[in-house]
Write a protein that binds this ligand. Structure first.
Ligand code: NAG
Length: 997
């Protein structure tokens, strides 16, 4: 097609938002999720069957944050529904074999205990009881009584030694609103984070370098709280409110909070007819695409937007309290006791430590009715232990206008600094205080709107530190008051190995952190932080992508919470907190697209490290540190299994990074590793011409037992195609020849060994060859094709055959929650195969888009899988790797591994929707969107983000626009729908080009 006309609209970017106030900027944040939490709501944990997930309260150091078999999950109790739980009749001489999720030894040999036990677990629908267990089983011991708790009701059988019963129970429990089970993690990239939940509570603290390699997170910090005081300046009437729906101290909370999250922003709308101001609370941190240093600011900003709707003036006081010197229900694992003292309160223990020069941490608890205070000469890692209170020696300082700082000098992980600092302008004043007694602190705030008598704090110890900011609003006026909460904990530890945080190279101390965002000046830096986030969000919000996908693209980036970056230049990340291996190639690849787009250098660091650990035989090792669900391995104790999706992905990612960043040095550095990798890949494919007996990311079904699998075979095809591209670029005809020949053989072998017609019209690729004669189908079998499309390799196989396979995935493996992993090998009551792994549904949609299925039909599976978590479970910031299918009692619920990245293959969708082809090494960027004009879609390149759009013209042509929002871009060829922009492209952020065709 010919473009007949073109206009270059260079430098027309008008910074329209620069004159907006911080109030307006915050108000322009957009959200696609909401949860309404009311003070009358009842929220309670229920205990459910799960294989393994991450607990809120972590009881072990240097160990995976994992709990097995059962987990608490928060529910909203409906008080209008009856609560009933009993089990009559008892069926003596009856067994209900199978369906066990827990087996517990009852307190005495009495079947009635099983009723009580069963009622404790929401997953329990039936039980069996043996007075003498025939064998050890789960928690039970041979020859002791045992209650076998059942997650579904199996067929009964006769057994004279067993009593069973089916429960009569009601479930007056609903999924809670969004913002309670999880919320946006706040904090800079690699600096640790904290979640402000929709009820105003703070959870999931990892800012003191907590990780599975060291101390436990703080699950809940109940006395971290925000509060406001509003005063009618005509009547002097005033009210103090905790920003909590369920206040934990003797002050009123807020009637209703509406929670919304768009990472890295949380918004809490405070809804309460008795409040005399309209208020929205925003909590956010820095996130600037292409600027990792800036994004590593260890801080959270709380901004309260206030509007005075009255015809009288009001004053507003806003405060934040943090109990930073005491950790409730946390103990310190230290043996170096220097003193053991009796102390009535933990506050006393804290002050004993403060007065003893040798004391650097302390622990207080009650044993045998004795209140014990232990002082330590070192800082042990904290772990959860109910009833224990502990802390690290620290001192607060403050002088009138500056920040309130908590100093914890020393070289351990919990040594560092915290800072509380309101952003001040001429019409705003601040105060600060410290206090062991939070009730005292709150009542002074309530009386005076701050702690005005406290003008200086010099090196004092106290449990709580708080700051306030005060201002006045005229009738109709709108204002923003903001408080910065920053931290500086440079000393990361991996077991006993010190590895300082990279951010310690960027800041000298916590005051430096505050100054880096201009807190001591005007709010101009605050505006820039908000604009940087808006710039990123708007790429998605201002597009034609469906809402569910926009929300998922924005919020899935919260996965970055677990990334680590050390001053030695190492970027590292767990597979998950509960599965503590580090950067397995296959798991990293599922999550890597936002990383490669926003901070591509982090992905290159990993590539160089995987290359460094490549084995002599050419195999890329699976992980930098091996482990899952157990002790954390020493730093970079690399290793792993023989995988079908590790060496292959390494090869594919080399091509991806080269084409997307045009970094020839990188390609030259990687190429020998690619050639060696191909060597290994072919060496494990000698018998079948397809990879043999290899494991893959879907490891639970143990697929390496089979000669070959479709999943690994398509990874093989994709890697061989990438090899052909790379060897062509490198002028390596020998390797090119090997890969192209092997590709042809592999296709032939897939035809022969793996394709199966189950009727005249239908068929699918078999999950694997061999087995017991079953013809199992595996969803996500064509993941290799997903990668091949996104990296511009095109179809690997006959398209109509691949489409047939995808049709069969739905026909044979669909569930209400997404596509079941493996169908045809096991009964549906077995959770091993019958679970929903979060990748398959996304990949199904990606492929069908590339195969030109109708847009909405293609997105059905993707939307269903994500909406189960977004809209049913309302748990978008803790997406699990696997959800349960129906058949074993917990359909649609989290099944395995928390805060996971498997669903992040959803990032292939914008590429498929825009039909984006990127090869910057040749200066080519092409789009063939799956949407008809008019549309606007994101254009996604590392460090370079923008959008394409089309508007139909009356003559049947379209007007196309390419706008660059982030970065700069030079191209030889830019085309949309084969309509080329006439000329080359040289754009910087804010510029755009337009053409017609
Ligand atoms: C974690 O511990 C806190 C404090 O002891 C407690 O309030 C909370 O309910 C616990 N969380 C779970 C999920 O049990």
């Amino acid at each position: 097609m010919l473009s007949i006309h073109s206009i270059i609209l260079a430098s027309i970017f008008i910074p329209i938002i620069s004159c907006q106030t911080i109030y307006e900027l915050l108000d322009s944040f957009r959200f696609l999720n909401e949860g309404t939490i009311s003070s009358s709501d009842i929220y309670e944990y229920q205990y459910e069957f799960s294989a393994y997930t991450e607990p809120e309260n972590v009881t072990r150091e240097k160990f995976a944050w994992v709990e097995e078999s059962v987990r608490p999950y928060l529910y909203q109790t409906d008080p209008t529904e009856p609560l009933q739980c009993n089990s009559y009749p008892l069926l003596s001489g009856t067994d209900l074999p199978g369906a066990d999720f827990l087996s517990i030894i009852p307190s005495s040999a009495d079947a009635s205990h099983c009723v009580t036990l069963c009622c404790t677990y929401m997953s329990c629908v039936a039980w069996s009881y043996a007075s003498l267990a025939p064998a050890d089983f789960n928690g039970c011991k041979k020859q002791q009584p045992c209650c076998y708790l059942k997650a579904y009701i199996p067929a009964s059988s006769h057994n004279p030694n067993i009593i069973s019963a089916i429960m009569n129970r009601t479930y007056p429990y609903n999924h809670p609103p969004t913002g309670l089970r999880s919320a946006v993690p706040l904090g800079g990239i690699t600096t640790g984070s904290i979640e402000l939940r929709g009820d105003g509570t703070f959870h999931e603290w990892t800012v003191e370098n907590q990780s599975p390699a060291a101390a436990a997170k703080f699950g809940v910090v109940d006395d971290a709280l925000l509060a406001i005081r509003l005063k009618n300046l005509e009547t002097n009437e005033n009210h103090t409110r905790l920003i909590r729906t369920h206040p934990n101290h003797y002050f009123k909370g807020i009637d209703t909070i509406k929670y919304h999250g768009s990472y890295p922003v949380s918004k809490l709308e405070l809804i309460d007819s008795t409040l005399i101001a309209n208020m929205d609370l925003y909590a956010y941190s820095t996130l600037k695409v292409g600027d990792l240093n800036r994004s590593m600011t260890p801080a959270i900003i709380f901004s309260l937007n206030i509007e005075n709707p009255n015809d009288y003036s009001i004053s507003v006081d806003f405060m934040f309290n943090v109990p930073l010197s005491v950790q409730i229900d946390q103990t310190r694992l230290s043996k170096n006791v220097i003193q053991q003292i009796t102390s009535n309160t933990y506050a006393e223990c804290l002050s004993f430590c403060d007065r003893n020069n040798l004391c650097v941490s302390w622990n207080w608890f009650i044993t045998d009715n004795q209140n014990t205070c232990l002082l330590y000469s070192d800082i042990g890692n904290n772990v959860y232990l109910n009833g224990h209170v502990s802390g690290v020696r620290g001192q607060w300082t403050y002088n009138q206008t500056g920040p309130l700082v908590l100093n914890r000098p020393g070289k351990m992980a919990a040594n560092g600094q915290y800072l509380l600092w309101p952003f001040l302008s001429s019409d705003q004043t601040m105060t600060a205080t410290i206090d062991n007694d939070i009730n005292n602190l709150l009542s002074n705030f309530s009386t005076n709107g701050g702690w005005f008598q406290q003008t200086e704090i010099q090196g004092s110890a106290a449990a709580n530190g708080a700051v306030s900011i005060s201002t006045k609003l005229q009738p109709g006026e709108k204002k923003t008051v903001s408080i910065l909460f920053a931290w500086y904990f440079p000393h990361h530890y991996w077991l006993d190995l010190p590895l300082d945080n990279y951010y310690s190279l960027l800041f000298n101390n916590v005051t430096d952190v505050g100054q880096s965002i201009g807190i001591d000046k005007t709010d101009s830096q605050l505006k820039i932080i908000v604009k940087d986030i808006l710039t990123l969000h708007n790429i998605y919000f201002n597009s034609s992508l469906p809402d569910y996908l926009v929300d998922s693209l924005i919020n899935s980036v919260s996965h970055m919470r677990s990334a680590m970056y050390f001053s030695n230049g190492d970027w590292r990340q767990w597979e998950a907190y509960d599965c503590n291996d580090v950067d397995s190639v296959h798991n990293d690849h599922q999550r890597h697209i936002p990383y490669i787009l926003y901070f591509p250098e982090t992905e290159k660091i990993k590539m160089y490290t995987w290359a460094k650990y490549q084995q002599a035989d050419g195999m890329i090792q699976e992980t930098f540190s091996v482990g899952c669900m157990g002790d954390t391995a020493p730093y970079d104790q690399h290793g792993g299994r023989n995988m079908g999706d590790v060496t292959t992905i390494f090869i594919l990612e080399t091509l991806e990074l080269y084409r997307w960043t045009n970094d020839f040095t990188f390609l030259k550095d990687m190429y020998p590793h690619v050639v060696a990798g191909i060597q290994w890949q072919l060496s494990v494919s000698t018998q079948l011409g397809l990879p043999e007996h290899l494991e893959c990311t879907y490891d639970i079904p143990n697929m390496s037992q089979y000669p070959t699998t479709t999943f690994n075979s398509f990874m093989h095809l994709a890697a061989l195609r990438a090899c052909m591209e790379l060897s062509y670029i490198m002028n390596d005809t020998v390797t090119y020849g090997k890969c192209s020949k092997s590709f042809i053989i592999a296709i032939k072998q897939i035809n022969q060994l793996l394709w199966y017609n189950d009727s005249i019209d239908t068929g699918y690729f078999l999950a694997y060859t061999g087995g017991q004669g079953e013809k199992a189908i595996f969803t996500d079998a064509l993941y290799g094709q997903v990668l091949a499309f996104t990296y511009g390799l095109g179809p690997l196989y006959n398209i109509s055959i691949m489409k047939k396979h995808l049709e069969s995935e739905v026909r044979l493996a669909d569930t209400p929650y997404g596509l079941r992993m493996l169908t045809g090998r096991e009964p549906l009551t077995n959770p091993q195969d019958n679970a929903i792994w979060m990748g398959a549904s996304q990949d199904w949609s990606v492929l069908n888009l590339w195969f030109d299925m109708d847009f909405n039909s293609a997105l059905i599976q993707s939307e269903k899988g994500l909406n189960n978590v977004r809209l049913t479970l309302n748990d978008q910031w803790n997406i699990h790797g696997l959800y349960a299918a129906d058949g074993y009692g917990i359909g649609g619920k989290p099944w395995i591994t928390s805060h996971y990245g498997f669903h992040m293959v959803l990032w292939h969708l914008p590429f498929a929707i825009a039909g984006q082809y990127t090869d910057l090494s040749r200066g080519i960027l092409l789009f063939s969107p799956k949407l008809r004009s008019p549309f606007t879609l994101p254009a996604l390149i590392p460090n370079t983000l923008g959008s394409i759009s089309a508007t139909p013209l009356l003559n049947g042509q379209s007007s196309y626009t390419f706008s660059l929002t982030v970065g700069s871009l030079s191209l030889n060829i830019l085309a949309i729908n084969n309509v080329k922009y006439p000329g080359s492209i040289n754009l910087t952020a804010g510029q755009s080009v337009q053409w017609i065709g």
